[in-house]
Write a protein that binds this ligand. Structure first.
Ligand code: GLY
Length: 397
């Protein structure tokens, strides 16, 4: 049991990280049983969501356009890291191998980092398998083909250029930069680092409003590079704060500061974080969009809380004492809420968490269990465990 609260005025909160990790291990084992209940297991079918009254995963085939296919292998890697269960490691390797094809074909869109860095990235971090390294390096080169130097960002959705009116770059794309930074440090072209930094600078300039809340999408003229407009895709309105978009910003600029040590990015990560924290409901789990007029009757997005909790456990380590205390306190409140029966899937479902929202405007995955919530939840718990045991949060390489 640890108490994160160090500031005098904040209410202290307890998170029993060992219990929470045991819970995750038990849910992984239940999920694997269900996934293996057929005669032969199809390792290309990846858990994606549990909706409505259903109790176990709806799976989707690992294809270039299934952006969530890397999260289940990533969960298995984190679970293996925390338990050292060799059977889980074998499963992680089998599911991870189903994504190798992504390194051998042209990029479909920007999601290659989610797909390959959550799976192969964690796999390489834990095993050092040189084959994994090559897959990541090849995929990073493929992601870089979407970079437009006139705009200074990666094209997130090639398929939506016409619909959105130009070169589009979304908040989520920040997360995929981590694979470019990693590749540049691990034998890839240094240009991958330059692309990631330029993308981060351009996004900082155009995907945010003066109050540090974000537009989901920034649209640019692909020829002149001129910024055309900020808009939403998955949020409530163009000018609203879509919870997961802001969460990607918090996580993204924290990681970008780690990789560059440029203080502009740390300052920005804190401002984006403060805009988010200042408007959270009491239990620290955001509504899917902070500006949905249906609040307090709007659905929550537990996935955004997981992404932010994980990010804050890293960000607090870069801040002065006062800020560090307030960020770690916020992260602990998030993890404490997520670990209550109100958010845990518990016995009724095989996921870790309920109450995430995927694409509200499209009516898809509303108030559901979604695989990326579980991925960032177990990542946050593993980070907390590492903080407790003075283990570095991020592998050196
Ligand atoms: N990358 C899509 C999402 O956050 O829903």
């Amino acid at each position: 049991m640890i108490t994160a609260c160090t500031s005098a005025e904040a209410e202290s909160v307890n998170v029993n990280v060992d219990d929470d990790l045991d819970y995750c291990a038990a849910q992984v084992s239940r999920s694997l049983k269900v996934l293996h209940s057929a005669d032969s297991t199809d390792y290309t079918m990846m858990p994606r969501n549990i909706t409505g009254e259903d109790t176990t995963w709806h799976c989707r085939k690992a294809t270039p356009d299934e952006w969530c296919a890397g999260f289940w292998p990533g969960i298995l890697w984190y679970n293996y890291e925390m338990t050292r269960d060799e059977l889980v490691r074998e499963e992680a390797e089998r599911y991870t191998a189903s994504l190798e094809f992504l390194s051998q074909r042209p990029a479909f869109d920007h999601d290659l980092g989610f797909l390959v860095f959550c799976s192969y990235g964690n796999g390489y971090r834990l095993t050092g398998n040189p084959k994994f390294k090559q897959v990541i390096l090849d995929t990073a080169d493929s992601l870089a083909t979407l970079y437009n130097p006139r705009v200074g960002t990666i094209l997130s959705w090639p398929r939506n250029v016409e619909m959105l009116g130009g070169h589009n770059t979304i908040m989520d794309n920040l997360i995929n930069l981590e694979m470019l930074f990693w590749a540049a440090k691990n034998g890839g072209d240094h240009r991958l680092y330059d692309i990631a930094v330029k993308h981060a600078e351009t996004t900082m300039k155009y995907n945010f409003r003066p109050d540090y809340t974000s537009y989901h999408v920034a649209v640019y003229n692909p020829e002149s590079g001129e910024f055309i407009k900020g808009m939403t895709h998955q949020g409530y309105a163009d000018n609203s704060m879509w919870a997961r978009g802001q969460a990607w910003g918090i996580y993204g600029y924290t990681m970008i500061y780690r990789e560059t040590r440029d203080p502009r990015f740390l300052d920005f990560a804190c401002k984006v974080t403060d805009a988010y924290l200042s408007r959270l409901p009491k239990d620290y789990i955001p509504y899917w969009d902070f500006d949905d007029p249906a609040i307090p009757n709007a659905p929550r997005d537990a996935s955004a809380a997981c992404v932010v909790a994980s990010a804050l456990l890293e960000l607090q380590g870069y801040c002065d004492e006062e800020k560090a205390a307030s960020y770690s306190d916020a992260a602990m409140h998030m993890l404490a809420s997520l670990s209550t029966p109100a958010y845990r899937s518990g016995d009724k479902r095989t996921s870790f968490l309920d109450h995430s929202t995927g694409h509200h405007p499209a009516g898809s995955e509303i108030d559901a269990a979604i695989i990326y919530a579980d991925y960032y939840y177990i990542e946050a718990l593993s980070r907390l465990k590492k903080l407790q045991t003075s283990t570095p949060l991020i592998a050196k390489k």
